[in-house]
Design a protein around this ligand. Structure first.
Ligand SMILES: *Cc1c(COP(=O)(O)O)cnc(C)c1O
Ligand SMILES: [Zn+2]
Length: 413
């Protein structure tokens, strides 16, 4: 039996096809490329029950991944993150069947590890020597660490405002790291010039077709963890939208395989920050592409993407599933981060907090119903963003007792 049932690359805009045996980035028409599998054949060779005996990582779905020879697999143990019930937070927002898919437990501290594991493995199979990418932080961290694992070099360019820990992750991996006094779009232009001049392998978001394949495993896992059923709603903090495109693609593939009900799709929700909400603006107007968002800014750095190359694929996924797009305020997402931690003990990243906050709003509006089974993606670990929590704790002198300072405060108030 084959390790991968990958068939070819195709363009979702003009339908042109390409081979997966050579390096490809964008289609001639400028669109990102997607990976096609031979699902008819796979359907006859693999039963979903056979997966049960496999390791709990994303490579358990290797037939649905693009790496053809297992020897090129580059792994740090990513995948099969917990799908946690959130009963207290669910009660607080009146969504009894609230679940969190927790990507905070994944190597490198964010779900970007999934895209990096599969993308770097495929790069290794293609014989790549050095990759390059612009990043808002987490992707650069993941790709440079996985590249190190694969003995591939990496050049990473990130905005000077990106979370500092992600710089350290890149630097410690030995990457050629550069900061740019600007946004990820500026970093993108610098990388594009370097790729041209130095012949580097461009792994910018969606300029490389295999990252989606890694991220789609979130969708497969959700289905498998729910006993091959899909939830009613999935909320996803959306920047470039790769995860949302991937989850949608995964569920379509599972339908084609007959592993899940072909008539049931979860409503997919793209969550953004009010400080950067191009997909929300496009969805409200019913547009098929999103505008460039000027002067974007949000503490949820992973979703600070003013223009996504795959915007049309994100919007397609929303329209196709009767989903929606919604923006939350900075205050609301920071408040939700505290609520999730204090009620459930889950220190989610600000992007994940935005998605919880969106669930709360959509429940209040009646778009989510009380009976709905709802899965929120927490895309990373809260501990990667120490600055989102502002604290004021009492400091004791060694001779003081607990509560002394607090009582003093009360006395003076
Ligand atoms: C990159 C990132 C996102 C957005 O992911 P896309 O799939 O590109 O939309 C969300 N959360 C975190 C923590 C991220 O690092
Ligand atoms: Zn095309």
């Amino acid at each position: 039996m084959k390790y991968s049932y990958v068939s070819h690359l195709y363009c979702p805009k003009c339908s042109e096809t390409y081979s997966t045996d050579a390096e490809h980035h964008l289609c001639r028409c400028g669109s990102p490329l997607l990976v096609q599998y031979d699902l008819d054949s796979l359907k006859h060779h693999l039963k979903k029950e056979q997966l049960q005996a496999r390791n709990p990582d994303l490579w358990r779905y290797h037939e649905l991944l693009p790496v053809q020879d297992e020897q090129y697999k580059v792994t740090l143990g990513e995948g099969m993150s917990p799908l946690l019930p959130m009963p207290e937070l669910g009660e607080d927002m009146n969504i009894p069947k609230l679940h969190m898919k927790d990507e905070g437990t994944i190597p490198t501290g964010s779900f970007k590890a999934r895209g990096a594991a599969v993308g770097v493995s495929k790069a290794k199979e293609l014989g790549v020597g050095e990759l390059a990418m612009p990043t808002n932080g987490n992707a650069g961290a993941a790709w440079s660490l996985y590249a190190a694992r694969a003995s591939i070099g990496s050049t990473i360019v990130m905005p000077i405002d990106a979370p500092k820990i992600t710089r350290n992750e890149c630097a410690v991996s030995g990457a050629n790291l550069y900061l740019v006094n600007g946004l990820i779009s500026d970093a993108g232009k610098i990388v594009a010039r370097a790729v041209e001049r130095d012949n580097l392998y461009d792994v910018s978001t969606l300029k490389e077709p295999y990252r989606i394949e890694g991220k789609k495993t979130m969708g497969i896992e959700i289905a498998e963890q729910l006993g091959w059923e899909v939830p009613d709603v999935i909320l996803y903090p959306t920047g470039g939208g790769v995860g949302l495109i991937g989850i949608h693609k995964a569920l379509k593939e599972l339908q084609a395989l007959g592993w899940i009900d072909e008539n049931r799709m979860p409503r997919l929700v793209a969550v953004q920050s009010e400080g950067c909400a191009p997909i929300v603006e496009a969805w409200r107007k019913g547009d098929r592409e999103a505008p460039f968002w000027e002067n974007s800014s949000t503490v949820a750095f992973g979703i600070n993407v003013p223009k996504a190359l795959g915007d049309f694929l994100v919007l397609d996924a929303l329209y196709d599933t009767d989903g929606c797009a919604i923006a939350v305020s900075e205050d609301a997402l920071l408040e939700e981060q505290k609520t999730a931690a204090s009620l459930e003990g889950t220190f989610v990243c600000p992007e994940g907090a935005a998605a919880f906050s969106a669930a709360r709003t959509l429940r209040n509006k009646g778009w989510i119903q009380e009976s709905d089974r709802v899965v929120v993606l927490n895309t990373g670990a809260g501990i990667k963003y120490p600055d989102t929590v502002q604290i004021d704790v009492p400091t004791l002198q060694p001779h003081e007792n607990l509560y002394d300072t607090k009582e003093n405060e009360h006395a003076t108030n």
